[in-house]
Ligand binder design. Structure first.
Ligand SMILES: Cc1cc2nc3c(=O)[nH]c(=O)nc-3n(C[C@H](O)[C@H](O)[C@H](O)COP(=O)(O)OP(=O)(O)OC[C@H]3O[C@@H](n4cnc5c(N)ncnc54)[C@H](O)[C@@H]3O)c2cc1C
Length: 474
């Protein structure tokens, strides 16, 4: 199908405007060759009615449709996905390709906030998610450069390294079984183990890397073949209850009727569910692909990484089989320039204060890369949905029967969305409550969480991350 344009209500966001994707996302490495279904519309017109309408064709929306079709196909529901831009053109098509359970960044925070079991549930869920991803990629024979690897967390700042060791010891002392997979190194040999210059400590554990756009577009092919009606370049501008039952879903291309609605539009969820405005805030991140000149062989990186420099700038990095590197992060560099990233949906431009950070990153960071001539081949920005308490919002929209949300992944959706969408599909079809799923309890959306963000307070009166400087990484 030819590319189409759509007419969105707003391009960038200010306090008075609504929250919708920008019209003209900048190019990324992952989408250099667009899939044949990128701008697909299954039918010329919107269907008049679908039993289930999913808003957003990113990882969350597409995998929810996949599970509805594959796990519950016998229920025979009509499903439509309405996507504001091209399929997988949001964060999923613009990210770092790192499917990495995170034991150091956020789990200890959740253990402190909600207790050991509630925190551990998330770690265990992320590990299960990675295993399930590997399984489905093999089962469906999805060509998406998936690797199951070791991820290395690196600390170059001595004080931060010491703190990390304390966190590691604390998590081991909690008796969490998953910590058996983590090895922590400090002392003289750290540089030799991780290859990062000036490393003071590092830890390794199992993670995955992949080409997310290829993964999702393969699923898109499967669900479209199975009869899901995909309508790209069709932003949902409002959803209202139909007095006769169900919902009226409005788009610039006309209205359709829905039996149930699934909001899988992540950073932009408050554009259609304004009660989430303080809960899920669109925040920009930056990512790039680095290559070496033809004929140069750079040292092989066998692991994926989270690197923290001496001045505590965090970068996530994956090596690719073609010899290139995908790396992003640098939030500490741009954090103070709020206008460039916070409450900002403009992924047509880079983050000005961070756009040069990765110019000579490999030379500065890795032993043996000094003379490789490695340089940025492609650089892009993307929009993440940062939630007030750094957990996603999943489940029934409070007060909204037959409306579901799966959004707010805090720059960390790859290790949680696959199984979350599977469980959400179960909720939708079997009409079961969140508590009867295997999702971590802290992921459940609730009026309490909505109000807490609106009031800016936690139960004990402290300001949480305020959504602005969250526990996890931009
Ligand atoms: C630069 C960057 C790097 C990242 N790196 C990593 C990483 O390495 N590892 C990791 O785990 N996570 C990473 N993330 C986060 C990860 O990409 C997300 O958590 C995940 O992709 C979220 O998937 P999603 O489907 O919820 O959102 P999206 O992929 O953003 O999908 C939402 C979709 O909804 C559509 N939409 C929005 N509003 C509407 C509307 N009103 N009507 C119709 N459609 C609408 C959007 O166009 C979009 O296609 C990164 C994100 C960015 C931006």
């Amino acid at each position: 199908m030819p590319a189409r344009t759509h007419d969105l209500p707003t391009r960038t966001r200010d306090s008075s405007s609504q929250c919708f994707p920008a019209n003209n996302p900048g190019e990324t490495f992952w989408q250099t060759t667009q899939h044949k279904l990128h701008d697909h519309r299954s039918t010329e017109q919107l269907p008049e009615h679908s039993d289930i309408v999913i808003v957003g064709a990113g990882y969350a929306g597409v995998s929810t449709a996949y599970h509805l079709v594959k796990d519950h196909g016998d229920v025979n529901k009509s499903i439509a996905i309405l996507e504001a831009r091209g399929a997988c053109s949001g964060a999923t098509g613009r990210n770092g390709g790192h499917a990495r359970p995170d034991f150091y960044g956020h789990i200890p925070t959740y253990v402190d906030r909600a207790g050991a079991r509630a925190g551990a549930e998330i770690a265990e869920f992320e590990i299960n998610n990675l295993r399930a991803l590997k399984k489905i990629i093999e089962q469906e024979k999805i060509d998406c450069d998936f690797t199951l690897t070791r991820s290395i967390d690196v600390w170059c700042n001595a004080e931060a390294a010491e703190k990390a060791k304390c966190v590691y010891d604390r998590m081991v002392a909690e008796g969490f079984e998953y910590m058996d997979d983590v090895v922590f190194y400090n002392g003289d040999n750290v540089e030799g183990i991780c290859g990062v210059k000036g490393a003071k400590a590092c830890a390794s554990f199992t993670a995955g890397t992949m080409w997310p756009y290829k993964f999702i577009m393969h699923l898109v092919e499967l669900i479209v073949d199975a009869g899901v009606n995909l309508q790209t370049n069709t932003p949902v501008t409002s959803v209202t209850a139909d007095p006769e039952g169900g919902f009226i879903v409005e788009t610039p291309r006309g209205k359709m009727h829905a039996g149930k609605v699934v909001y899988a539009n992540n950073a932009y969820v408050s554009g259609v569910l304004p009660q989430y405005k303080k809960n899920i805030v669109p925040c920009k991140g930056i990512c790039c692909r680095i290559t070496v000149p033809d004929g140069v062989t750079a040292p092989l990186l066998n692991n994926s990484y989270i690197n923290r420099t001496e001045d505590n700038v965090l970068s996530y990095l994956i090596p690719r089989a073609d010899g290139s590197i995908v790396v992003g992060g640098a939030a500490a560099v741009f954090r103070k320039h709020e206008d460039q990233w916070y409450d900002n949906v403009d992924d047509s431009i880079l983050i000005d204060s961070a756009k040069d950070y990765y110019n000579d990153y490999m030379q500065k960071t890795y032993s043996g890369w000094e003379d490789t001539g490695a340089k940025i081949d492609k650089i892009w920005s993307g929009v993440m949905g940062y939630s007030y308490d750094s957990n996603p919002h999943i489940g029934n929209v409070p007060g909204g029967n037959d409306q579901y949300i799966l959004a707010g992944f805090n720059g960390h959706g790859m290790p949680v969305i696959w199984l979350s969408s599977k469980e959400l599909a179960k909720m939708i079809i079997q009409d079961i409550p969140f508590e009867q799923t295997s999702m971590p309890r802290l992921f459940q959306t609730s009026q309490f969480r909505i109000d807490r963000a609106l009031n800016g307070k936690t139960e004990d009166g402290d300001i949480l991350g305020s959504g602005k400087f969250p526990a996890t990484k931009p």
